[in-house]
Ligand binder design. Structure first.
Ligand code: OXD
Ligand code: MN
Length: 608
């Protein structure tokens, strides 16, 4: 036994803590050698104590309660500001199981790499043990995990983003398959050494072992690198669990939509990062009689319910939203959600003790303290808030949260939407001909890196199913899995309809053709009127389009020319896109399912 182990104090292990968890916590503590081990109970008192300690240590700044009650600002290390995709690994036994869209490393080699990094990495710190549930407690769709972390910021954030603590521990049974998540900022303290407000390490590893359902994250305290319930568990590991168990873990928001006739629908929608998912999740329709309520803004777990229908839960309990660009004119609901009880990270601080970021208000404050803690004025020539600065807030605080957002059975999904950021080619909305065509639309989600010149195709950044950074297994197998889920759903005759949307198409003059934001409700209207059998659609080579005049543009200032450009299909650029897609499919070494490549043949023949 090492000296560090002898001097380590340990908070009592909660009564009834499962043996497998206790044994694992002991094992990780023996490796990382924290000074203390604290089991989080998830209570308010515990969160308050964590916040108090972080204010005392300088990790959090308490905001002026008059403006932002019980809210805090964290400033990260300037080198630890975002997810690090090039340091994110899928360590499957067989490299083919990671596929060409992931960084792969042999699990034995990765364990050997991580061992010396984690050895003693928590010295001088407290290790928090955070039992958490992804999904409502007790839902058949929920899954359990335990994250150990040496960051109080991560422990407190997990308490907002997931359901944590004693109640979660009571859900474990001796046979529960739970996910093991180890997180260390990688900054051990020697006796007497002063800490810094945001400890981290230049060396970073965000690693996933899909076969053993383990996550090991080293060196970063930021967002998805560290709040391991989110991208690491709920997408990368969960996508593998879902493949093995017959469900889907997807990078999708979920909304409930009520039409003027009072019919209720639920929609799941996948968009790549930075395409306005949180805005759509909190959409305020501009068209009369329509209502949108929020169930989730980032991740959906979908599975076949006992009734044979596709049902979904939001596995998270909070929002980790991008602050810049969020304001009363773009997302009033998000602004009303973050009135208080919020942790802000890397936003700017106002002189009155409130926060600010670019896009929060039309008027820019005359002076601020920027996200790095330096004085800032509009003349500084740099953003006051980091572009990836965030708010962390409980979902239940959202004024548009739906009454069924924690329904343990999940909500029935009526329509699935895939979106990308496309300057050219992709119309405002297209309906897939069938599930297989829908899978093709998901597989070909992409964004244009550079604005294309007129009549050409820009360079495409492929982001299939908006899962490129998040799929824990071979992406082509993910498409095959979608096909098999569709086949199962078809047996009971209730297959959700699939649509593709693009809010970002530009005209030849480089202008966005569609106003976006609240006006996107018009597209949701067309989609759900299709689902409800109220409108017809027109065949086109790329799918079903609204009949001319059937997209509701009442009261919208959009010219007929812009409207027809929004739906224009240019044969040449679509053939170029088909070529680019077939090149992309080739990168999967023959693993792309035949039903997906067949869609490419259908597209080409319809364009001919
Ligand atoms: C996110 C992302 O932070 O998708 O949600 O990058
Ligand atoms: Mn996301």
């Amino acid at each position: 036994m090492s000296i560090a182990e002898i001097t380590r104090t340990q908070s009592p292990v909660p009564d009834g803590a499962p043996e497998s968890v206790v044994a694992w916590v002991d094992e990780i503590a023996a490796l990382t050698l924290p000074d203390d081990v604290v089991w989080c109970d998830g209570s308010r008192a515990e969160w308050d104590a964590l916040a108090r300690e972080m204010v005392a240590s300088g990790t959090l700044i308490r905001l002026n309660a008059e403006h932002r009650p019980y809210s805090f600002l964290a400033r990260s290390d300037p080198n630890d500001v975002a997810r690090v995709e090039d340091r994110t690994f899928i360590c499957s036994v067989d490299p083919v199981d990671a596929g060409p869209t992931n960084n792969w490393m042999d699990p034995i080699e990765m364990r050997a790499t991580l061992q010396p990094l984690f050895s003693g990495s928590m010295r001088g710190r407290t290790m928090y043990v955070v039992p958490f549930s992804m999904g409502p407690l007790g839902s058949p769709l929920s899954r359990l995990g335990v994250e150990v972390t040496d960051s109080p910021y991560v422990a407190a954030s997990m308490g907002i983003m997931t359901r944590i603590g004693t109640e979660v521990l009571s859900q474990f049974t001796p046979t529960t398959q739970w996910v093991r998540a180890v997180h260390s900022v990688g900054a051990p303290l020697s006796p007497g050494q002063d800490d810094v407000p945001w400890p981290c390490n230049e060396t970073k590893y965000i690693t996933h072992f899909p076969e053993s359902r383990e996550i090991w994250s080293f060196g970063s305290g930021y967002g998805g690198n560290a709040l391991l319930g989110k991208k690491s568990f709920a997408l990368r590991i969960a996508s593998v669990m879902a493949r093995d168990e017959g469900w889907l873990a997807e990078h999708m928001l979920i909304i409930k939509v009520t039409n003027p006739r009072g019919r209720v629908f639920h929609v799941a929608a996948a968009f790549p990062s930075a395409c306005g998912k949180t805005n759509l999740a909190m959409l305020k329709p501009t068209i009369p009689g329509w209502k949108v309520e929020t169930i989730g803004d980032d991740i959906a777990w979908l599975g076949r319910g006992e009734d044979g229908r596709l049902r979904a839960i939001n596995p998270e309990a909070g929002f980790f939203g991008v602050a810049p660009g969020t304001g009363y004119s773009t997302n009033a609901t998000a602004m009303d959600t973050i009135w208080g009880n919020t942790i802000f990270t890397n936003v700017a601080l106002r002189d009155d003790g409130d926060v600010w970021w670019e896009g929060m208000s039309d008027t820019v404050p005359a002076q601020l303290t920027d996200w790095e803690g330096n004085p800032w004025t509009p003349a500084s020539g740099r953003p006051a808030a980091h572009p990836n600065s965030r708010f962390t807030v409980a979902a239940r605080q959202c004024p548009s949260i739906s009454d069924d957002w924690e329904d343990p059975r999940g909500v029935v999904i009526d329509a699935i939407i895939f979106g990308g950021r496309r300057a050219t080619n992709v119309p405002l909305v297209v309906e897939a001909r069938d599930w297989e065509h829908g899978v093709y639309l998901g597989a070909t989600i992409s964004s244009e890196r550079t604005a294309a010149a007129e009549g050409t195709l820009g360079e495409l950044r492929r982001d299939p199913f908006a899962m490129a950074p998040f799929c824990g297994y071979n992406m082509a197998d993910h498409w095959a899995h979608w096909l098999s889920v569709g086949a199962e759903l078809r047996k009971t005759g209730s297959v959700p309809r699939i649509f593709q949307v693009n809010w970002f198409r530009k005209g030849a003059d480089g202008r966005f053709l569609w106003p976006g934001f609240g006006e996107n409700s018009r597209v949701i209207e067309w989609i759900l009127e299709r689902v409800d059998g109220q409108v017809a659609a027109e065949e086109s080579p790329i799918g079903l389009l609204p009949h001319a005049g059937e997209l509701n543009v009442d009261g919208l200032d959009i010219s007929d020319d812009d409207l027809s450009e929004l739906f224009a299909i240019d044969r040449e650029t679509w053939l170029a896109e088909a070529d680019a897609t077939s090149e992309f499919f080739e990168s999967f070494d023959g693993r792309v399912p035949a039903a997906v490549t067949k869609q490419l043949d259908i597209l080409r023949s319809k364009l001919a």
